[in-house]
Design a protein around this ligand. Structure first.
Ligand SMILES: [Ca+2]
Ligand SMILES: [Ca+2]
Ligand SMILES: [Ca+2]
Length: 393
């Protein structure tokens, strides 16, 4: 009986520790010249963040709140509270600013479930005013793979990514499947009126055809979009089912290959001819994939030399499963990574040695966003810790 009591006490203690995140390690970095510190804590399941100016950050809580961080202090009153569906990967997922407007991406019920992009005016305070429904995108049948990241293009348009939602259409490279329906795609949209960006790669005679908005399709489950500040190129990350999480350079018309292939196409037993090849589309293998899934999340190019010139314009990538922060140096042409470990010349992370060669930091407990701050430092958002970490020299 005493033994039983001791065991239940132990289980109770572990449960409390888990609840208070006491079992999570503090983040650490490999470079002893850099330091990481908790900048803001107490955010509930944060999914994305936006620096609106030098003093203010907007942080999204998955269950629908837009929280304001002013001068490093989390304000108690949310700026906006949306009523969102939070089942599995649904929720308030993405935020971005284009010009004087702020956009949010959230799973909401309006008769049926949709992933809605909302548009606000960024007013002094800061405040988000003048809420408008900007664009409705699919949210079903899958409760996972909702997409949600938003980023502004260098030429002033809004990129958004949708999930494949377990659909089986032409967007998923199923030749006899339903026509394109905004699932598993990256869109480029005019932030003023919601129309397709004029330089988009696919043009349909039907002005309502989703492909008019597409930059890319055949995307699986993405939690990461990033813009290379050097040349404006768009990159994405995608999660495989159990294998081959991907980092891709997304050129206009990119077909990522889901659901016929994840990772290098040579591993899949199919050829490019088996894919749904829209006119002017291009299939490309990932720049890098991970044979064993890491739960890959955001990608950010550090647009600053504040951590040292060797880190300027490097790509930083997060994961959810291990809380690792990865770092990649790009080549001169900005179209490939440079690798230290010859084991990565095959563009696949196959084992823990190869994985270790690209790890920059550890212990971040579920990274959901990475951004360069207005101060040029690197900020990392941890879902499990409810914390914005700051990396500085
Ligand atoms: Ca792919
Ligand atoms: Ca390898
Ligand atoms: Ca980011």
């Amino acid at each position: 009986m005493k033994k039983l009591f001791a065991i239940s006490l132990l289980i109770f203690t572990i449960a409390i520790m888990l609840q208070n995140n006491l079992l999570y390690a503090e983040p650490s970095l490999k470079d002893p010249n850099l330091k990481v510190e908790a900048f803001v804590s107490g955010i509930a399941s944060p999914t994305s963040m936006l620096f609106v100016d030098e003093n203010n950050i907007l942080v999204l809580e998955k269950d629908g709140n837009v929280r304001l961080v002013s001068n490093g202090m989390l304000q108690s009153q949310p700026l906006v509270s949306l009523s969102v569906d939070i089942k599995n990967e649904r929720g308030l997922l993405g935020i971005e600013k284009v010009g004087e407007n702020v956009f949010l991406y959230a799973t909401v019920k309006d008769g049926h479930l949709v992933n809605r992009i909302y548009k606000y005016t960024l007013a002094p305070g800061p405040e988000l005013t003048n809420e408008q429904g900007f664009m409705d995108l699919p949210a079903t049948p899958g409760t996972n793979h909702q997409g949600g990241k938003l980023v502004a293009s260098n030429d002033g348009y809004l990129y958004s990514v949708t999930g494949e939602l377990q659909r089986n259409g032409k967007d998923q490279n199923i030749i006899n499947g339903p026509d394109p329906d905004f699932s598993g795609a990256i869109l480029k949209t005019n932030a003023n009126d919601g129309s397709p960006a004029p330089n988009n790669p696919f043009k349909s005679d039907n002005s309502n055809d989703p492909v008019n908005w597409y930059q890319a399709y055949g995307i699986r489950n993405s939690f990461g979009l990033g813009i290379d500040p050097v040349d404006g190129a768009l990159w994405d990350t995608e999660n495989g089912e159990k294998a081959f999480d991907e980092i891709n350079l997304v050129s206009p018309g990119f077909n990522s290959g889901w659901k016929l292939t994840m990772g290098p196409i040579s591993e899949s037993g199919i050829s490019q001819d088996d894919l749904v090849n829209f006119p002017d589309s291009n299939y490309k293998d990932p720049i890098l994939s991970f044979r064993n899934s890491i739960g890959i999340t955001d990608i950010e190019f550090l647009n600053s030399d504040k951590l040292g010139t060797e880190y300027a314009n490097n790509a930083f990538v997060g994961d959810f499963s291990y809380g690792n922060l990865y770092r990649f140096e790009l080549n001169e042409e900005r179209v490939d990574f440079k690798f230290d470990d010859p084991g990565l010349e095959d563009r696949v992370v196959d084992n823990s040695k190869e994985l270790d060669s690209v790890i920059f930091g550890e212990g971040f407990s579920g990274i959901t966003d990475i951004n360069t701050g207005p101060d040029g430092l690197l900020y990392v958002l941890s879902f499990e810790d409810g914390t914005i970490y700051r990396i500085s020299k």
